[in-house]
Every structure is written in C-alpha cells, then in structure tokens.
Ligand binder design. Structure first.
Ligand code: C2E
Ligand code: MG
Ligand code: MG
Ligand code: MG
Length: 281
C-alpha cells in the first residue's frame, strides 16, 4: 500500500491542492456573511511578566466560526479579507470588538488591556483614529487599555506614511507594538521611525533559542535594541520552561506562549482573569 501511495504521491498532492483551492473559493464567497453576521470572533491569549507569571494583558486573535468548516485560524482568511477590499471594514470590526469587550469586562471589575492586530493597510483608513477615539469615549475606556500590534504584510505602502499615522495613535495614548520583530524587511525602519512601546520578538527566534547560538544572538540583539529605544521586549511563542528561563537570564521581562496559556474563547479567558491574575511559572 505504501509503495502504491508513493507512486501516486503527486496525484494525492495535487488533489489536495485542488481541494484547498475549492475551500478558498468557498471561503471567499462566504466572507460577506462572515462580516455581516459577525461570525468572526476573538480568542484571547494572556501576556505575562516572566518573573511572576502575572497577566499584564491579552492579545485578541481572530477566529472565523464558520457555519460548516468549524473554527478557522487567521491563516485561512486574513489574506482573503485583504484581497477582497474589506480590510478597512475588518480593521474597524476588530477595534470595535476589542472596545466592546473592554467595556463588558469593565462591568465585571476587570481592567486587563487588550492588544489587537492591525496590518498597515488598516492605517490607510483616514478616519480610523477618530473612529477609535469616539468608541473609547462612548464606552468610557482609557486609551491605555488598547494596544495596537502592527503586523507586516507584504506591502509597498510608504513607511513614512505608516509611521506618521501610527504616531497619531501614540499621541492619543494608545500603546503600540511591532509584531513578529526580526522577520520582516522593515522591522528596523519601523523601530527607528516610530516610537513604539513594545517590540514582540518573533516566535521563530524563541523556538530554538536553547540550541541555536545564532537565534540566541538575535534575541539578545532585539532585547538590547528594545532597551535602547526605551521599549519593552515581549517574547512570542514560549513553549517550554527552559525557553522562559533562558529569556529571563537574557533580561527579557515579558512573554507569551503555549507554556503559559493558549489563545482561548471569551468565557475561558474571563474565568481565568476573574479567578486569578497570574499563571504558574
Ligand atoms: P501574531 O499576532 O504574531 O499572533 C501570534 C500567533 O502565534 C497566534 O496564531 C497564536 O495562536 C500563535 N501562538 C501563540 N503562542 C504560541 C506558541 O507557544 N507556539 C506556537 N506554535 N504558536 C503560538 P494565530 O492566532 O493563528 O494568528 C496568526 C496571525 O494572524 C497573527 O500572528 C496575526 O498576524 C494575524 N491575526 C490574528 N488576528 C488578527 C486580526 O484580528 N487582524 C489581523 N489583521 N491579523 C490578525
Ligand atoms: Mg500579534
Ligand atoms: Mg507575532
Ligand atoms: Mg505572526
């Protein structure tokens, strides 16, 4: 059977590709209702202080609760949204969802900040800041409780333009972070042009920090860079205690990853935040 499978390997592969192609076409057609029926929800992953395990905030990660395909991760739909010309609408949806969540948590006595992910395309929306500030005001939420993580998408949008838009958000008191630091071409331009509060060191550098001297050197450089730019380094994708201990020794104060907690639906994160504010270290 194995030999047969090997021989027909190519056709299995292309059949799978075709299936994926069909799924993408279907998902593209379903986007309309995804947005209008609010099928896209958010799972929340805690960010912790590495020394104490205290939860310092949560990151909102989009999940599409698809009526037939189950819960889909962003890799299946964010680029479809970008291509569909609905990324600005989606950006507003993400912001509104976060602020409404903050308002709900406020009534429960919680004041944990929420970080959202925005792509540079979202910043092309000229009224995004006004939109955001109006909502914060409407729900009486402090600007400090909202954090924007800027993700790099393959974009040719002028970096000076993005920098000045982000600066407006910063001036308004909203916390800024560069996401996936170290992977994109423009990480260094961003950090030198925009006074961000946090840099998030990409998971790819954390996952083999123990056995790769090169990866360790990059993490070390990123922590040093963050310090000299007066911002916090946050390590992404911490999966083991060894990784956490190594990062602590290197002077990294904050992190996020499966070792502490996976992204979880609203009811679970709420229960966690209400029960205690720190995770085992
Ligand atoms: P990101 O912002 O860098 O988010 C971190 C990703 O790493 C998340 O994947 C998270 O589930 C995953 N992760 C966290 N800890 C660990 C770990 O210890 N090990 C491993 N293997 N993975 C870990 P997710 O949720 O699939 O999101 C992927 C990307 O999609 C995000 O990367 C972000 O760039 C984008 N994204 C998510 N939500 C939104 C959104 O609302 N808007 C936009 N524009 N992009 C979003
Ligand atoms: Mg992020
Ligand atoms: Mg990231
Ligand atoms: Mg990422």
């Amino acid at each position: 059977y194995e030999a047969k499978q090997k021989r027909s390997g190519w056709s299995i592969f292309s059949e799978r590709n075709t299936q994926l192609g069909h799924q993408r076409l279907r998902l593209r057609a379903d986007l309309e209702s995804a947005l209008s029926e609010r099928q896209i929800k958010f799972h929340y992953q805690p960010k912790v202080e590495l020394n104490s395990g205290d939860i310092i905030g949560v990151e909102a990660l989009a999940r599409w609760y698809h009526p037939t395909d189950g819960i889909l991760a962003p890799v299946h739909f964010i680029d479809l949204i970008e291509q569909s010309g609905r990324i600005q609408e989606f950006g507003r949806y993400v912001i509104q969802s976060a602020i409404q969540q903050l308002a709900l948590w406020k009534t429960q006595g919680l004041s944990t900040p929420i970080a959202i992910n925005l792509s540079p395309y979202n910043l092309l929306d000229p009224d995004l800041l006004e939109f955001t500030l109006a909502l914060l005001k409407q729900y009486s939420i402090d600007t400090k409780q909202l954090e924007i993580e800027l993700i790099e998408s393959s974009t040719s949008i002028n970096i000076d333009y993005i920098a000045s838009r982000l600066d407006d958000f910063k001036q308004a008191g909203i916390t800024l972070a560069i996401d996936d630091f170290g992977t994109g071409m423009s990480s260094l331009s961003y950090i030198s042009n925009i006074k961000v509060n946090n840099i998030k060191i990409d998971r790819s550098f954390i996952c083999d920090i123990e056995d790769g001297a090169n990866k360790k050197a990059i993490v070390c450089a990123a922590i040093t860079l963050a310090t000299s730019f007066n911002c916090n380094a946050i390590a992404e994708g911490i999966e083991t205690k060894t990784q956490a201990d190594t990062l602590i020794k290197m002077g990294c104060l904050y992190g996020q990853g499966y070792y502490y907690a996976k992204p979880m639906p609203t009811d679970e994160i709420e229960a966690l935040l209400l029960s205690y504010a720190s995770l085992p270290i």
